[in-house]
Design a protein around this ligand. Structure first.
Ligand SMILES: Cc1cc2nc3c(=O)[nH]c(=O)nc-3n(C[C@H](O)[C@H](O)[C@H](O)COP(=O)(O)OP(=O)(O)OC[C@H]3O[C@@H](n4cnc5c(N)ncnc54)[C@H](O)[C@@H]3O)c2cc1C
Length: 663
């Protein structure tokens, strides 16, 4: 595998690369076709830009419109190293934070490039009319996200993804109207077609008519999002799936870090067995919300029983554990750190809801702080408590109103009056299809962008950097790098879609669909998906150990066998059939799940949102590495072990810290 990262100092690589790659002339771009599967932020941005450059684009999505891609759900914001706040930000700091936040497991060259182009993204989106929040003077406003000490997150209330997607979609629409993008809504890609080892097209199913279609092109781009739904319950859109990436993998594209999953700390806790979706409360809430549990287990027990209310617990009896453990970052530590700390507190008996799996996110201090400020601004220095609360509530409502409303609708509690209850949940997958510096997979001509690839976030993605990556890939990276490859195809001519490779791929897809339809089992696809999700969460989730992972591999294998015996897909293949689409996606999750568990088994380390329980052993020692991580050495069953652990694991796993400098 060759990452093809350019030589030279990191800050010069991208420029040197752009100055030396092959270019395709405008006249030749018109001769080249590119398929883009996925029209979320990554794919929408890529389609619009490639078409603007002159390539002929065919874009595919399974929703009825690109506007409904999962990207629309993004709430909190998008990072960029603009340093508008003058608080010390820079391209280097964004790069450094992202690499450190990812537990040093991202490809640094890609991250540096990402930080460099981050500033262009904001200009591009403002030019498109994206209504970013502005401050009193009319300038673009910023807030802060986890794992950083600056405010570099641009936002549009709690709907940043939606507004950015509308920007990308309008850019696409211009090209659709010009005939440069042919849009295939409600089409699901079911295979990549390789001709002489190169990606030359896809097989797609028209989800409305059921027709199987063959589409050819000179290159194929997958921008098909993440696979967090392998856990069944996640904050992802219900339709998010792994099918496109998985089919590419089965055709030879390598997968990287499949087990790196982001478990987001601020989600509404699971309420019961009949739930099919989890809801994120945006990380932006940690700018003002304070996370706590009671100091005494008796209080936690009383909260769980319902005999005590959170507002009745006095200040001195509350444990603001993130502020206590990480005074520099406080509640805005990186997501993996916050998630692991929440789990640690709940496992230790301090959970605050009925199931014992929730901590508080409390806005009372923020409401009081903003209220006092407003009272002073209004000349009401004598304002009483009630008035201060009212004024403060208004400020909080303006900042986070839609998120508070969402919480109240789901939980039926008023978060302005009582703290929210939150718990970690599956949110994002850092793992994905392996790509080189050009975003090309190990299959020539097959590119993967956005959440579907693995490259930029290591073991943990920092908040507000997925939107940044998707748009960087789509608007500013792929349009350059793909040209380098396509320059060799200017004389190739149209790629026929009736070659043996296309016919064979089509046949395989049809056979698989027939297998599902004709199976006539007794259990719906959802039954297997839910079972898989339970295995994944219980055995491959936040805490992992060798035995559980080995069991998971066996259990997933048996579940997959049972699926192919027992799955029931009603209806026919030549019609609109959502159950058929779902069954196909679950079949792929059942294969990915096993690879995921195998990767987790091999990875004898704690990093990102995951910790290996084997670390829960005898006392060891830890050498300080940085604010969040330690290199720990200990003994396990008589054998010496060493790994990078998070600070809270050391406490949890009974490893003693010796303050020594780390080299
Ligand atoms: C609730 C929530 C809030 C978030 N908030 C933020 C935030 O504030 N900031 C941030 O940076 N990140 C945030 N994220 C993460 C971010 O939204 C995603 O990582 C990002 O939007 C992914 O974009 P994408 O373009 O890669 O994929 P997606 O938006 O998931 O788009 C995937 C596209 O691929 C298509 N597709 C998939 N499979 C197929 C197939 N087989 N055939 C045809 N088409 C297919 C879909 O139709 C869709 O068009 C959030 C995530 C969630 C869940």
């Amino acid at each position: 595998m060759d990452s093809k990262t350019p030589k030279g100092p990191i800050e010069a690589k991208w420029n040197t690369y752009k100055n030396t790659i092959n270019l395709v002339s405008p006249a030749n771009k018109r001769k080249l076709d590119v398929i883009v599967v996925g029209t979320g932020l990554a794919g929408g941005a890529a389609s619009a830009t490639l078409a603007e450059l002159g390539y002929n684009v065919k874009a595919f999505c399974f929703q009825d419109s690109p506007r409904r891609a999962h990207s629309i759900a993004a709430e909190g914001g998008i990072n960029a190293a603009k340093n508008y706040q003058g608080d010390g930000d820079s391209i280097y700091r964004l790069f450094y934070d992202t690499v450190k936040g990812g537990d040093y497991r991202s490809r640094e060259e890609n991250v540096y490039r990402l930080s460099e182009v981050s500033t262009n993204i904001i200009d591009q989106c403002v030019a498109q009319g994206v209504p970013f929040a502005r401050d009193y003077g009319g300038l673009l406003d910023n807030r802060s996200f986890g794992g950083v000490l600056v405010s570099r997150t641009f936002y549009a209330k709690g709907q940043t993804g939606q507004q950015l997607l509308l920007g990308a979609y309008s850019a696409m629409n211009r090209q659709i109207a010009r005939g440069k993008i042919k849009m295939y809504n409600r089409h699901e890609m079911l295979d990549v077609v390789l001709v002489e080892g190169k990606a030359r097209g896809i097989i797609a199913r028209n989800l409305v008519s059921g027709e199987i279609e063959k589409h050819s092109a000179h290159a194929v781009v997958l921008a098909t999002g993440g696979y967090g739904n392998v856990f069944y319950l996640s904050t992802n859109a219900m339709g998010s799936n792994v099918t496109a990436s998985w089919k590419a993998h089965k055709k030879g594209a390598f997968f990287a870090n499949p087990c790196f999953t982001q478990i987001h700390p601020t989600c509404i806790p699971v309420s019961g067995d009949y739930q099919s979706k989890l809801t994120l409360m945006s990380e932006s809430l940690r700018n003002d919300g304070r996370i706590w549990v009671p100091k005494k287990t008796e209080d936690a027990k009383a909260l769980r029983k319902g005999s005590l209310k959170p507002i009745d617990i006095p200040e001195e009896e509350r444990d603001y554990y993130l502020e206590r453990r990480y005074p520099a970052f406080g509640n805005l530590v990186p997501r993996d750190v916050a998630s692991r700390a929440a789990k640690e507190r709940c496992d230790a008996g301090f959970g605050v809801n009925k199931t014992g799996e929730a901590v508080f996110l409390d806005f009372a201090s923020a409401i009081e702080r903003y209220g006092k400020e407003q009272a002073l601004l209004k000349g009401e220095s004598q304002a009483n408590k009630k008035r201060v609360k009212k004024l403060g509530t208004e400020v909080v409502r303006k900042k986070y109103g839609n998120l508070f409303q969402m919480y109240e609708k789901i939980v039926d509690e008023n978060p302005y009056e009582t703290p929210m209850m939150i718990y970690p949940a599956v949110h994002y997958t850092m793992g994905g299809v392996w790509v080189d510096y050009n975003l090309m997979t190990t299959i020539p001509g097959l590119y993967v962008t956005g959440e579907a690839n693995f490259s930029d976030h290591g073991a943990n993605r920092l908040g507000a950097s997925a939107l940044m990556q998707g748009l960087a890939d789509g608007y500013f990276v792929l349009p350059y790098t793909i040209g380098d490859y396509l320059a060799k195809d200017i004389s190739t001519g149209k790629i026929p879609n009736d070659s043996p490779a296309f016919l064979e791929a089509e046949k395989k897809v049809v056979n698989k669909i027939n297998l599902l339809i004709n199976n006539k089992g007794s259990l719906p696809a959802d039954y297997f998906h839910k079972k898989l999700g339970k295995i994944m969460w219980n055995k491959c989730g936040m805490s992992r150990n060798k035995k559980n992972l080995q069991d998971a591999i066996k259990e997933i294998g048996s579940l997959r066998k049972m699926f192919w015996k027992e799955v029931l897909v009603p209806g026919q293949s030549n019609e609109f059939n959502e159950e058929l689409a779902k069954a196909g996606r679950v079949a792929d999750f059942l294969e990915l799940g096993e690879l995921f568990a195998k990767d987790a088994l091999h990875r004898e380390e704690s990093c990102g949102g995951h910790f290996r329980e084997e670390h829960q052993t005898k006392e060891g020692e830890a050498l300080r590495k940085n604010e969040f991580q330690y290199v720990a050495a200990w003994e396990y069953k008589g054998e010496p072990k060493e790994a990078v652990l998070h600070k809270e694991d050391l406490v949890y796993k009974n490893i003693k810290v010796k303050e020594r400098s780390y080299k």
